[in-house]
Every structure is written in C-alpha cells, then in structure tokens.
Design a protein around this ligand. Structure first.
Ligand SMILES: Cc1cc2nc3c(=O)[nH]c(=O)nc-3n(C[C@H](O)[C@H](O)[C@H](O)COP(=O)(O)OP(=O)(O)OC[C@H]3O[C@@H](n4cnc5c(N)ncnc54)[C@H](O)[C@@H]3O)c2cc1C
Length: 332
C-alpha cells in the first residue's frame, strides 16, 4: 500500500518544507522591525504573523508616544506602515502560526498548520498578553477608557477619575504614575492586603489622590461609547456598589507567548525568554525580541528597538557561520 504524504493543501511534505535564512515569529512591532532590518541586510526574512497581525498595538485607536507622528496615529495604521516598510525591502509576510518548534539543531524547524519551515537563524517576537478581568464591558470598552498601560494612556485622563485593578508592584507603580495626571485613583484589589513591595505601598498610601478598595472585585465596566463607571462587589460581605469613573486600568499580570519554547529555551519563572543584551537566547542562532523577552518596558518603541537589534545580531551570527563554513571548505 502506498503511503499518502499529502497534507490538506494537496502538497507533499517535502514540497511544503521551506528553507529560510531568517525566520521571524510574530508580526508585532518587534517582529516587523526585525523584518525591516533583516530585509535590508538582504536576508529575505520570512515572518510568521500568528493570529494577531500587527500584534497588540493594532487594537488601540491612538498611539501618541511613538516618535515621528506628532499628531498621533492609530495602532493599526502604525503597524501597517511597519509592515509595508519591511516588505519594500523584501520581507515575506506569511499568515500562519507556529504550532511546534525544534531548536535542538540547525537548521531550526518550525511546524505550522500548513507547512514546515527550516531556518538558519530565528528571531522570536511572539509577544505577551495582558491578563484580562473577563467581565462585561471590558472587551467592548478597551481603548475607550479600559487600558492596560498607564505609560501609553495616562495623558488622556488628565483631571479624570480612574480605577486601577491589581495589588502588585505594577499596579502600584502605575497608580503613582497615573496620580500625576488624574484627579483620583481608586485601587481595587481582591485580597485584604496588597502584594506590592513595602516602599511602593507606603508611597501609594501617602499620596492624597490614591484610595483603596480591598477585598473587592469589579463585576462590570459600564458605558457605551466610553467608560462611565464600574460595578464592584466586596468579596467578604457580598455588598455591591457602583462608582462613576472615566477610566479603568487593569494590571493583573502579563502572560508571555512562549509556551512553544518550554524545554527548548531558558525561560524565567514567569515564562519570559531569557536573553542577554545582544538579544541572544540559550540556543546559538535563536534571538528574542519584544515583550516575549521583556517584562519591564512593554512599549512599541522598546519592542521595535529590540527587534532591530535582534536582526543585526542574526545577521552577525549568519556572517560568522558562513565564514566558518568557507574556511572549512577551503581547508578541506
Ligand atoms: C490596547 C493596547 C494599547 C497599547 N498602546 C500602546 C501605546 O499607545 N504605546 C506603546 O508604546 N505601547 C502600547 N501598547 C503596548 C504595545 O502594544 C506592546 O508593547 C507591543 O505591541 C509589543 O510588541 P511585540 O512585537 O513584542 O509583541 P506583540 O505586539 O504582542 O506581537 C506578538 C506577535 O506574535 C505573534 N505570535 C504569537 N504567537 C505566535 C505563534 N505561535 N506563531 C507565530 N506568531 C505568533 C502574534 O500574532 C503577534 O503578531 C499597547 C498595548 C495594548 C494591549
């Protein structure tokens, strides 16, 4: 009996195995900036977009902190420009998602739903996701008063009243930052004590603009065009209440999209890819950029910068590998 090696698209496994010098996983600011730099180094990079073309920022209506756009720009327009610029120099954008990787030897192997890709070097820019509250109103009002980034959005809430959800270091750091702009910050935390460090707690407690609702959860974010308020519930007494606010900032953690690399790359305890200042990971030839490797800055500009750096390092890696191969050939 003959084995049928065709996949669902009718191609054989061998036809569907594509070899690239540089494969970039992710089409957010880090992945597309890496693509631009790798393309300009003549490496014809291939970008696997994943499910979210353009990455997280494509969800936001206004990016006001990316230099070069004094009037601001929507996230979708910004990443579309990133993509066009990378394509202009030969980057190939493939609408596909990696489902499995093998980084144990070169060429590295990446399996997607429809193909197998081989790559001499890889840049992982698979990003992260802010954890959500999953309550009514959150999704509908994201970008209309619901935010996951004070650095990005505090400016829009000058003299307004906002809620911060969370009790860890980020929640308190971001609350202190927000307090410089807003009229009031109400921190809502589900437990009876905050998890943030003692110094941050004492600074927040001293700030007259910040107040606390402990043992409390949000049950709904209300508003149609924009956030107008929240419904809350005390988890001890069950008492329900409402608070009129203009914004809700959610800081209940981030999850890096790095599950694919468990056991293959060194990850920190939170799952971020461990990398050095040259974007190198624990596997030579595999570089990491953007939020998949950055629990600190989480911005378009920092992610883009990491992407550019990773591409320059990938180029350096390939040049050295080519030199070594040439030397071996001439030696032999
Ligand atoms: C609502 C919102 C508003 C924001 N506003 C601003 C702002 O105004 N200014 C600012 O500087 N920052 C802002 N940020 C933060 C900014 O979006 C991020 O810092 C930035 O997008 C991170 O870029 P990244 O490329 O590292 O990852 P991401 O943008 O997270 O992109 C990850 C990419 O990896 C892909 N991917 C994931 N898994 C796979 C896989 N298995 N195979 C292939 N691809 C995969 C995804 O499809 C995606 O394309 C905002 C974030 C949000 C959520």
């Amino acid at each position: 009996m003959e084995l049928n090696l065709s996949n669902f698209s009718g191609q054989t496994a061998a036809e569907n195995q594509k070899h690239n010098r540089v494969l970039i996983l992710g089409s957010g600011p880090a992945g597309l900036s890496a693509a631009l730099y790798a393309a300009r180094a003549d490496l014809e990079p291939l970008v696997l977009t994943g499910m979210e073309l353009g990455g997280q920022v494509s969800l936001t209506f206004a990016v006001d902190n990316y230099p070069g756009f004094p009037e601001g720009i929507s996230g979708a327009d910004l990443v579309e420009r990133f993509q066009k610029q990378a394509e202009r120099f030969g980057a190939i954008i493939e609408f596909d998602t990696a489902t499995q990787v093998d980084l144990s030897k070169r060429p590295f192997k990446v399996q997607t739903y429809g193909a197998t890709y081989l790559a001499d070097a890889m840049i992982i820019a698979s990003g992260a996701n802010a954890r959500h509250l999953d309550i009514p109103g959150e999704k509908e009002l994201t970008g209309r008063g619901v935010s996951y980034c004070a650095t990005c959005d505090a400016y829009f809430f000058k003299e307004k009243n906002v809620i911060v959800v969370g009790g860890g270091d980020s929640a308190l750091e971001e609350s202190l930052f927000l307090a410089r702009f807003v009229q009031s910050v109400s921190i809502v935390h589900r437990r009876d004590e905050l998890r943030a460090g003692a110094i941050l707690q004492s600074e927040a407690k001293k700030n007259p603009k910040i107040k606390f609702f402990l043992n409390t959860v949000l049950t709904e974010i209300t508003g149609t065009e924009a956030v107008t308020g929240v419904r809350m519930k005390n988890v001890i007494t069950g008492e329900e209440s409402q608070l009129p606010v203009d914004g809700v900032f959610v800081f209940v953690g981030h999850t890096p999209n790095t599950q694919l690399f468990e056991g293959q790359l060194e990850l920190d305890p939170a799952g971020y890819i461990m990398s050095d200042t040259l974007m190198r990971t624990s596997v030579p030839g595999v570089f990491a950029a953007g939020e998949a490797a950055d629990p600190h800055y989480r911005q378009v500009i920092t992610s883009a910068g990491m992407g550019a750096a990773a591409a320059m390092q990938a180029n350096h890696f390939l040049e050295n590998a080519a030199r070594e191969e040439n030397e071996e050939v001439s030696y032999a």
